[in-house]
Design a protein around this ligand. Structure first.
Ligand code: F6P
Length: 418
């Protein structure tokens, strides 16, 4: 069996995807009986197809350790969905060609639902050729929408950023509302699942606390009901904080924020629900507003990472190596929750076939009856995921990020056909 690893990052990055990468590389370095080099795809699977590989063996242990506190995707990510081998066998053939040329026996794909599907197909395709490649998915997504795992690395830290920012901004607008701003709208990510929007609910305890309104993708947007609730909140509290998911849709299923463009996974390009909602309120009630889009800040805010999230991202990177050297393929390490309070978890595993292409949305019992807030069950689930701080080391007032050399592996093949 080949003894090299190919690791690739995929999809939207998170503030802790590099923590998984770091733990995975360090764990692989200890597996001398099974593993020689860890290569990384430059810009994800595109790097694998283009034979553009990075030799992580040329990075020191210190640099790889510092990677764990560095946001972004250190080797580059991409949005490129491999079709099934029946629809585009050329890409799979090329991947196998690269695997053979660089003696790749282990493939780790660190991504969300689409990437788990790819990892599964790679596992099956390699097996169909009789090639011994262990293909393991490593979960990550701030959207928290992968099934079979209690939560997804990246979510807890983005959720913490959103909960903390909502509680801070609420104090600001409460100070200003007597004579100035009465509405603040925060737009958060999550295209089909309201997990990130729900996290804002941790900022308040009583129903009147900010955020007074959360708009979930799971609840059809009803303009009249929404405006009545904003008006009531301003009358009762002097102000209203609204947290809106980028994925919020009306009863006909139209995104409030759709721009009409699509990414290469075929997903609608979202963004703009925040300003759209703020302008809607302004038009109807004539109040002064501010809005913000948390956008990439929510998924890169490593300075405010959740210690739970960092620990889980690392544990899953290590568990992935463990599964692979035990001979598993077509699997994904997962987080299993053992109890809410005290919070206890451990890693487990799930077949990629059960994870691929399934989106886990918020269960009904996590959304308050009026559709504008979260329940105690949601709080019990969410609270431990944002718990604890894992500050990066600072130098001259700024966090210290890993600066990898990212040296390329010498190419052995002809360029792939265009
Ligand atoms: O990967 C998840 C995610 O962060 C979504 O919440 C968001 O809609 C999307 O990625 C944005 O993707 P991109 O960075 O490709 O625009």
């Amino acid at each position: 069996m080949f003894r090299n690893v190919l690791y690739a990052q995929s999809g939207g990055v998170t503030s802790v995807i590099n923590a998984s990468a770091s733990a995975l590389i360090l764990a692989a370095r200890k597996q001398r009986a099974h593993i020689d080099h860890v290569y990384a795809g430059r810009n994800g699977i595109i790097g694998a197809l283009d034979e553009d590989l990075i030799d992580t063996s040329l990075e020191s242990d210190e640099a790889i350790t510092l990677l764990a506190q560095t946001p972004g995707g250190a080797f580059g990510s991409c949005r490129h969905k491999l079709k099934s081998p029946e629809d585009n066998e050329a890409e799979y053939k090329r991947l196998i060609e690269v695997f053979k040329a660089h003696e790749i026996g282990y493939f780790f794909y660190n991504g969300g639902g689409d990437s788990m599907d790819t990892a599964n197909k790679v596992s099956q395709y390699a097996a169909s050729l009789g090639l011994n490649v262990k293909s393991i998915g490593v979960p990550k997504t701030i959207d928290n929408d992968l099934p079979m795992t209690d939560c997804c690395p990246g979510f807890g830290s983005a959720a913490k950023y959103i909960a903390v920012s909502t509680s801070e901004v609420a104090l600001d607008v409460a100070s200003m509302c007597a004579t100035s701003t009465k509405l603040f709208v925060l737009e958060v990510m999550g295209r089909h699942a309201g997990w990130l929007a729900a996290a804002a609910g941790l900022a308040g305890k009583a129903p009147d606390d900010a955020p007074q309104i959360i708009l979930f993708p799971e609840v059809a947007f009803d303009k009249a009901r929404f405006l009545a609730r904003v008006e009531k909140s301003i009358a009762d509290n002097g102000y209203c904080v609204v947290v809106v998911s980028e994925g919020v849709r009306d009863a006909e299923g139209r995104f409030v924020s759709e721009r009409g463009t699509r990414d290469s996974f075929g997903h609608a390009q979202l963004g703009g629900a925040g300003p759209a909602i703020a302008e809607l309120v302004q038009g109807a009630l004539g109040v002064k507003y501010h809005w913000a889009v948390a956008d990439y800040m929510q998924r890169s805010a490593r300075h405010l990472a959740s210690a739970t999230d960092v620990a889980q991202a690392k544990a899953l990177g290590e568990a992935a190596v463990e599964l692979a050297v035990q001979g598993e393929t077509g699997m994904m390490p997962v987080i299993e929750r053992r109890s809410d309070d005290p919070y206890q978890w451990r890693t487990g595993k799930a077949p990629l076939a059960d994870v691929a292409n399934v989106e886990k949305t918020m269960p009904k019992n996590f959304i308050r009856g009026d559709g504008f807030g979260i329940t105690d069950a949601a709080r019990a689930y969410l609270r431990p995921l944002i718990a604890g701080e894992d500050y990066p080391a600072y130098h001259q007032g700024l966090p210290q990020w890993a600066l990898l050399k990212n040296i390329s592996v010498a190419r052995k093949l002809a360029p792939r056909a265009p």
